[in-house]
Design a protein around this ligand. Structure first.
Ligand code: ZN
Length: 487
């Protein structure tokens, strides 16, 4: 008799689900990682090579190897993305797929099966989606600029979201331990090729949630994002982007960037998953739970805010509208937890919005108010104005959400996603100006990142895989439309 995971895999790869299911991931009983598509499957092994590096090898293959193409130097423009989408050829490749799959199953809470959706399919019917291993969804934005960064550096294609925290530590001149690591636990490495060896007194991280890197490049090239263009002029943008960890989603990769740990080891596997020891199912995108998201960090994990405080006691750091805020001196989420937050600004107070966004989407309006608050009131701008008598921030981490909301609403090929970058550019410009007014511009590094990519869907693809799974007779829970736990 087939084991339940194989039965579920077979049901998901039925030709009737071809427009919804791209890859089915699992871990075998003998410790191999399994990746199956309609055209073939592999089992692969992960081995420590002894010198601190890790090797992956395919131990079994049937039909085509679904992960044979892991290129990052492809689909490097919005035009190419549109052509690929129109031809139905997506996904192009699966960057860093071996590591990304294996780390997911390191989590004690990993589902028995992970479904990578077909790029065209979003179960909620949005025009843009992410979450899978595929290139456009896993490609996150990375611009490094200002003090300590190298002008015009090119990426190597190996940069990952987990590399952000150690790179910030190195930029600030913090001390690594005897293992060469900055954080108590650390998967990431310092992106030395982006740095010029000088240290920065301050690092500003601007996280544009869900921002498609090709789209940002397109908007900058059209002259519609002058603040971001200025940062690129003073530094570099990695045209291949950096690769998000699986699942290529918000909570998993905000946390990866701040802890230097993959989601399978940080404790925050996704925005929703099953905590196997307690049976609890967190819902970290809900207003009831999001402000407490960092409570789910695994024991022994350190955030970059905590590393800074440990090495530079009394320094000041800000985390605005950031889920993984533990250890920051000033945090918008901590204000909510403590009941001291100011409400969202009135619509009339919000700067940098265009009428396209206002009229097209209530969520766009809401997230614009959120991003205005992240930028200004008691938050990033005021920290740089030192209104509370605080020292200038050593690390100022400012997350913006409208790029993600707009990306889902219109898809990255749509007008709203483009407008969100233009609006966010205005906020980025205000923050750069505040750093300048504080006299700190020459010794401040800026990292502009996103946590994952955003891919256009095909609105004609509707339905789900639950009927096919129910027919197997196997009891299961599907959490977050893709994490399948067998009863
Ligand atoms: Zn996100």
């Amino acid at each position: 008799m087939q084991d339940p995971v194989s039965t579920i895999e077979e049901a998901l790869l039925d030709p009737s689900l071809k427009d919804k299911v791209d890859l089915v991931l699992s871990k075998t009983d003998d410790g191999f990682y399994r990746v199956a598509s309609a055209d073939g499957s592999i089992n692969f092994a992960r081995q420590d090579s002894g010198d601190g590096s890790t090797e992956y090898s395919v131990v079994e293959q049937l039909g085509l190897n679904p992960l044979s193409d892991q290129a990052t130097d492809t689909v490097l423009s919005m035009d190419e993305e549109k052509r690929m989408h129109a031809s139905g050829a997506s996904p192009a490749s699966y960057p860093n797929a071996f590591e990304s799959v294996a780390q997911f199953f390191d989590s004690p809470d990993a589902s028995d099966v992970f479904v990578c959706r077909h790029p065209g399919f979003d179960p909620e019917g949005y025009s843009g989606q992410h979450g899978s291993l595929a290139l456009v969804q896993s490609r996150a934005l990375l611009i490094a600029s200002g003090a300590g960064t190298h002008h015009g550096s090119r990426g190597t294609g190996t940069e990952r979201t987990v590399d952000i925290a150690p790179t910030i530590a190195s930029l600030l001149g913090l001390e690594a331990d005897s293992r060469g690591k900055f954080l108590a636990k650390q998967d990431g490495r310092v992106l030395n090729h982006l740095l010029n060896g000088a240290t920065a007194s301050h690092v500003v991280v601007l996280l544009l949630d869900g921002c498609n890197s090709n789209l940002l490049w397109d908007v900058v090239a059209a002259g519609e994002a002058p603040a971001l263009a200025g940062l690129i002029d003073q530094g570099s943008i990695l045209r291949q982007g950096m690769t998000a960890s699986l699942p290529t989603a918000t909570l998993a990769n905000h946390t990866a960037a701040i802890t230097g740990l993959h989601p399978g080891r940080s404790g925050i596997l996704h925005h929703t998953w099953l905590k196997r020891d307690t049976g609890q199912v967190p819902e970290l995108l809900s207003f009831e739970e999001m402000f407490w998201a960092s409570d789910h960090l695994a024991p022994g994990v350190e955030t970059i805010f905590e590393v800074i405080e440990r090495q530079r006691p009394g320094s000041f750091s800000t985390a605005t509208f950031e889920y993984c805020d533990r250890g920051a001196s000033l945090s918008s989420f901590a204000m909510v937890r403590g009941g001291t937050t100011e409400g969202l600004p009135e619509l009339s107070e919000v700067r940098h919005v265009d009428h396209v966004g206002w009229t097209a989407s209530a969520e766009y309006e809401f997230l614009s108010r959120v991003d205005h608050l992240s930028m200004v009131k008691k938050q990033t701008l005021q920290a740089w104005q030192q209104v509370d008598g605080n020292p200038l921030p050593t690390l100022s981490w400012c997350s913006f959400a409208v790029t993600d909301g707009a990306g889902h609403a219109s898809g990255p090929h749509g007008e709203l996603a483009r407008q969100a970058i233009i609006d966010t550019d205005g906020r980025v410009g205000e923050i750069i100006a505040a750093v300048d007014r504080a006299g700190a511009l020459d010794h401040t590094a800026f990292l502009v990142i996103s946590d994952h990519g955003m891919e256009q869907t095909d609105n004609a693809v509707v339905g789900d895989w639950h009927g096919a799974l129910t027919q197997t007779g196997i009891g299961y829970r599907d959490i977050g439309e893709g994490l399948i736990y067998i009863d």
